[in-house]
Design a protein. Structure first.
Length: 450
């Protein structure tokens, strides 16, 4: 009958799905093998994580109750002795005499006089939990294979493997490190780490970049005025002499009409003075005065005509006219020399990048660059660094950065002016260890100031 109870108990242990199910079976179902009054399961979950995991007659336990904390301290005190038990008899009789005075003083409040502690050990022989079984009658000191207590020893082996299999993921860091160090491959890998840190690599920085033209000129307003309309759409190819934008001309044309009328009047006055100069000698002085006024009116008309000619902003050469939204310019006042757009040569492409202060490496002219466009991340473009600015400026993303300019080399692929992406800029040769720990070291020096 007892053997049948043991096999039934083993079937329940194999069917348990969680550690809570196991703790309930250990504390309550073990009574079918040998009688006891009280059972408690204390689990060892790593350093300073010993806690009460189950108790007889309770579905849930409070691991922070005074009884649970006292029992956890008792288990921690007994753990070295539990680890030293032989594999064939993982049980020990416990009483107040085996405990320090501080723990022994509370024994009568929490446990019966006669207590067995079963060590639930894993395959490595280390105790993973302690099952306290207490009763009012003494446990036998000697027994044979037919005694019910003998099945408790067999159950301890079964319980230990089951508890280890269910809770092995909740191991301490020290246990995990020990298990890893036991593997030969891990030791070889750790031995190879110093060699890997000495591998020569190039410093690099991943920074935002944009395709620009390395041969471009600023298109600015030739005079003060108000933008009437943008003739050419943004990023449109244009020819030399083609009108790009026009300024408002209403005021100048009115002034020109007045000046032309004054010029016609001055010509009439000159004609009349010429006729009078034939008849009288005094009219010759009026003739000189009328001629001066005529020349003055001609100068005014020519000046206004030149200003009207400056109302049309034209392209000085072939290229692509790059500027913002046309609606942002219509009706906008501009000053003489104010930038309206950029005339770029699409045949000479380059990169404009912004290296954040924390990302900047030792960048030198001629350093290789690789540009990954957002529209074609699988088709990187090679480039060469031309120069890196020394002065920190504010990048378009609002981060303090150094301005970098480069030139595309080889096949530009799908690159065109205005495309953005990420540029990988290579610096000097260094060691892999330095590259990995450069930022932590810099942050540590900033924090400690040494």
């Amino acid at each position: 009958m007892t053997d049948l109870a043991f096999h039934a108990l083993a079937a329940k242990v194999h069917a348990a799905a969680t550690a809570a199910d196991l703790s309930f079976i250990f504390c309550n179902e073990t009574h079918a093998l040998a009688p006891y009054r009280q059972a408690a399961l204390v689990g060892f979950f790593g350093a300073r994580r010993t806690r009460l995991a189950g108790h007889s007659g309770l579905a849930d336990v409070d691991a922070n109750s005074p009884y649970a904390l006292w029992l956890a301290d008792v288990a921690n005190h007994l753990r070295p002795q539990l680890d030293a038990l032989p594999a064939a008899a993982r049980v020990m009789a416990v009483g107040p005499a085996l405990l320090p005075p501080a723990l022994a003083a509370a024994w009568a409040d929490w446990l019966p006089d006669h207590v067995w502690v079963l060590s639930l050990a894993g395959p490595d022989g280390r105790s993973r939990a302690a099952l306290f079984l207490g009763r009012d009658t003494p446990w036998p000191a000697d027994f044979d294979a037919g005694a019910p207590e003998y099945l408790l020893l067999q159950a301890a082996l079964l319980y230990g493997h089951a508890w280890w299999a269910m809770t092995q993921r909740r191991r301490s860091i020290g246990t995990l490190a020990s298990s890893l160090w036991a593997r030969k491959s891990v030791r070889w890998a750790l031995a190879a780490v110093p060699l890997l840190l000495l591998v020569p690599v190039r410093e690099y920085a991943l920074i935002p970049a944009e395709v620009v033209s390395n041969r471009s000129q600023v298109i600015s307003s030739l005079r003060e005025g108000v933008v009437k309309r943008m003739v050419v759409k943004p990023n449109t190819p244009v020819k030399a002499g083609e009108t790009l934008a026009e300024l408002d001309d209403s005021t100048l044309y009115n002034r020109l009409a007045v000046a032309q009328a004054s010029l016609a009047s001055a010509r009439m006055d000159l004609l009349q003075a010429s006729q009078r100069a034939i008849e009288t000698q005094t009219a010759k002085a009026e003739l000189s005065l009328a001629d001066g006024k005529l020349r003055e009116r001609q100068v005014d008309v020519e000046a206004l005509q030149r200003e009207i000619g400056q109302l049309a902003i034209k392209a000085p050469s072939d290229g692509v006219f790059v500027y913002t939204d046309p609606n942002d310019w219509v009706g906008r006042p501009v000053q003489t020399g104010e930038r309206v757009g950029l005339l770029a040569d699409p045949a000479v492409l380059g990169l404009q990048a912004w290296a954040p202060v924390n990302e900047a490496v030792n960048l030198k002219p001629g350093a290789p660059m690789t540009f990954f466009m957002r529209v074609a991340p699988l088709a990187p473009v090679d480039a060469r660094l031309d120069y890196a600015g020394y002065q920190v400026i504010e990048a378009p993303n609002g981060i303090a950065s150094y301005l970098l300019r480069g030139t595309l080399v080889g096949d530009a692929g799908e690159a065109r002016i205005g495309l953005r992406g990420t540029a990988r800029v290579s610096g000097d040769w260094t060691l892999l260890g330095y590259l990995m720990f450069r930022r932590p070291l810099a942050a540590a020096r900033e924090w400690c100031g040494c």
